[in-house]
Write a protein of this length. Structure first.
Length: 160
């Protein structure tokens, strides 16, 4: 018996990634339907600023050339969730901006109110996969998840 797992003809890693992104979509869809966040819930969403279909103001791409984290909490507007992504209005240094973010560009979702977090690989081309990137950041820092009991981390490496 071999210690090496056989190559799968079923793309399990892609299926799991899609399922995780569907969680983000469903949660944001419920917030959209309710017209706001329930209780103390709020979200930190990290995404690739250069991802396919991402549409954010140029000054944000210049400030965050690889990844950035946005906060959906008190001051957001026009949250619209679609099957492949979402758009939302946020303010950066008192300047309003509309962001369009496909779920495929999202690399992290955290709800610190309940210590829930999802992390996954961004869907990128093979050429982009090997590039280094700086840490994500935005106007509000990410709160660390204390105990990690509700953290799901999926890190698949692509076979070449």
């Amino acid at each position: 018996m071999s210690d090496q797992a056989p190559d799968s003809l079923i793309p399990y890693d892609e299926i799991v990634q899609e399922a995780l992104r569907a969680v983000v979509g469903r949660v944001l869809g419920e917030v959209e339907a309710a017209g706001g966040l329930p209780g103390e819930h709020h979200f930190y969403i990290t995404f690739k600023t250069q991802g396919a279909g991402v549409d954010i103001p140029r000054h944000l791409v210049e400030r965050f050339p690889d990844e950035m984290t946005i906060v959906i909490q008190n001051r957001f507007w026009e949250l619209r969730v679609k099957p492949d992504g979402f758009e939302v209005g946020l303010s950066f240094n008192q300047v309003p901006a509309k962001l369009i973010i496909p779920f495929a560009a999202v690399t992290g979702f955290v709800d610190p109110a309940v210590n829930f977090a999802l992390q996954f690989q961004a869907q990128v081309d093979d050429a982009e996969e090997d590039t280094e990137h700086s840490s994500a950041g935005n106007d509000s820092p990410i709160e660390p998840v204390e105990d990690g009991s509700n953290v799901v981390s999926v890190d698949f490496t692509r076979k070449k």
